[in-house]
Design a protein around this ligand. Structure first.
Ligand code: SF4
Ligand code: SF4
Length: 345
C-alpha cells in the first residue's frame, strides 16, 4: 500500500487469481478441483474459533505478510466492536478466541480485551504475537507476565532458527529481538511442560516452495533453539505461504507465480480439504466485518450470508452459508494442508 502498488487493490489480486492459467484451463480452479471430490460447495462444520483481527498496524513490515501490515496502517478495532465480539464470545459456543493483527498488542484496548475474555471464561485465548513487539517499547516489556496472568496461549512466527533467513523475511535485527523475547516468555513460565503456559512457534518457507515435514522441522527447531539459546517451546506450526498480498507481489516480481500455483495444485490433498480452518472458524475484521478466514478478509471476500457484521451475529444463519473460495485456497489444501494451527492432514 505504501508503495502504491496496484496489488494493494484487492480486486487486482482477485483478478490475477482468477485469470491466466486458471481462465485458460491450464489448471483447474479450486471450485472445479474440489467438485471432483464432491466437496463443493465447501460448507462449515460447528463453529469453534472466533479469530479477531484487532488492526493492521504492526511494528514490523515482513516480506511475506498477507495483511500488508506496518507502522503506517491506521485500521484499528474500536472498543465498541470489541464489545460486540465479547457478546458473541459470551453467548455462542466458541471454544477459542484468537487475537491477531498486525500486532494485536498495538491496539490501545488490547489488554482490556484480553482481561474481558479471561473474565467471561473463554476456554482458550490465543494471541498471535510477533515477539519483537515485547521489546519495541517499555510499555510492552511486561507482556509475558500479562499473558501468563491471563493464561494466554501465545503463538509467534519465527521463520527459522537462524538469523539470516529470519532477518531476510522479517527485517534486520528481528531474529536477535525474537530470541530475547522468547527468553522473556520462558522466564515467565511459557513453553515449559507442566506450566500450562503454551508457547507455539510458526514456520513458513522462505521462498516459492512448500514447507517441509512439520514433525521433522519441530525437532530441528527444538534442538537448535535449546542448544544455541536455551529456549523451550511447545509446538511448531508449519504453514504454507498464501499467494496473496506481499507474497503474491514477490511471486510476480520474481516470475515465480505460475510455477508456485502449479506446485500448489500438484500437491492438492483432498484429505486436507475436509479440515481447512474455515470449517470451524469465523474471522472478524477490524471494523466488525465477517469473513470465512483472515485470507478472505485481506482479499475483501465477505461471507456469503445475510450476516456480514459481528453486530448481526447469528450462529444458525451462519451455519447455512457456503464458504467463499478462490484459487488462494489451494494454499490451505496442498500437501499436509495448512492453517493457523499448522498442518491439518
Ligand atoms: S509481524 Fe505479522 S502482521 Fe506484522 S508485518 Fe510481520 S507478518 Fe505482518
Ligand atoms: S483460504 Fe480461507 S476460505 Fe480458502 S480454504 Fe483456506 S481457510 Fe478456507
Amino acid at each position: 500500500m505504501a508503495r502504491e502498488s496496484e496489488l494493494a487493490k484487492k480486486a487486482f489480486q482477485k483478478e490475477i487469481l482468477s485469470n491466466g492459467i486458471f481462465r485458460d484451463g491450464s489448471l483447474h480452479t479450486f471450485e472445479k478441483k474440489i467438485n471432483t471430490y464432491r466437496e463443493f460447495p465447501l460448507r462449515p462444520n460447528t463453529l469453534e474459533v472466533l479469530q479477531i483481527n484487532l488492526g493492521y498496524m504492526c511494528n514490523q513490515v515482513c516480506a511475506h505478510c498477507h495483511v500488508d501490515a506496518g507502522p503506517d496502517r491506521k485500521e484499528i478495532m474500536t472498543r465498541e466492536t470489541m464489545e460486540q465480539c465479547l457478546e458473541v464470545a459470551t453467548k455462542s459456543k466458541v471454544r477459542t478466541v484468537d487475537l491477531t493483527g498486525g500486532a494485536p498488542e498495538m491496539n490501545p484496548d488490547f489488554r482490556w480485551m484480553v482481561e474481558r475474555l479471561y473474565a467471561i471464561g473463554v476456554e482458550e485465548i490465543i494471541v498471535r504475537s510477533n515477539l519483537t513487539i515485547i521489546l519495541a517499547h517499555r510499555k510492552y516489556h511486561d507482556l509475558p507476565q500479562f499473558f501468563a496472568k491471563h493464561k494466554v496461549h501465545v503463538v509467534s512466527s519465527l521463520p527459522f532458527y537462524q538469523k539470516e533467513k529470519t532477518d531476510k523475511q522479517r527485517g534486520s535485527g528481528v531474529f536477535a529481538k525474537s530470541i530475547e523475547a522468547l527468553q522473556m516468555l520462558n522466564a515467565a513460565g511459557y513453553g515449559h511442560s507442566g506450566s500450562g503456559l503454551v508457547l507455539d512457534l510458526v514456520y513458513n518457507p522462505s521462498g516459492a516452495f512448500l514447507p517441509g515435514d512439520q514433525i521433522a522441522l519441530e525437532h530441528d527447531f527444538k534442538a537448535a533453539l535449546k542448544e544455541d539459546f536455551k529456549i523451550d517451546f511447545n509446538n511448531l506450526f508449519v504453514i504454507t505461504n498464501m499467494p496473496i498480498s506481499r507474497f503474491l507481489d514477490y511471486l510476480l516480481a520474481s516470475d515465480n507465480y505460475e510455477d508456485y500455483m502449479y506446485t500448489l495444485v500438484d500437491a492438492f490433498n483432498p484429505a486436507a480439504v475436509a479440515s481447512v480452518m474455515c470449517k470451524n472458524t469465523i474471522s472478524v475484521g477490524w471494523n466488525g466485518g465477517l469473513y470465512d478466514c483472515d485470507f478472505n478478509q485481506m482479499l475483501e471476500m465477505p461471507l456469503a450470508s445475510p450476516v456480514r457484521h459481528i453486530a448481526e451475529f447469528d450462529e444458525t444463519k451462519l451455519q447455512e452459508r457456503n464458504i467463499m473460495i478462490s484459487q488462494h485456497c489451494y494454499g490451505c489444501a496442498a500437501g499436509a494442508g495448512s492453517s493457523c494451527q499448522g498442518t491439518v492432514a
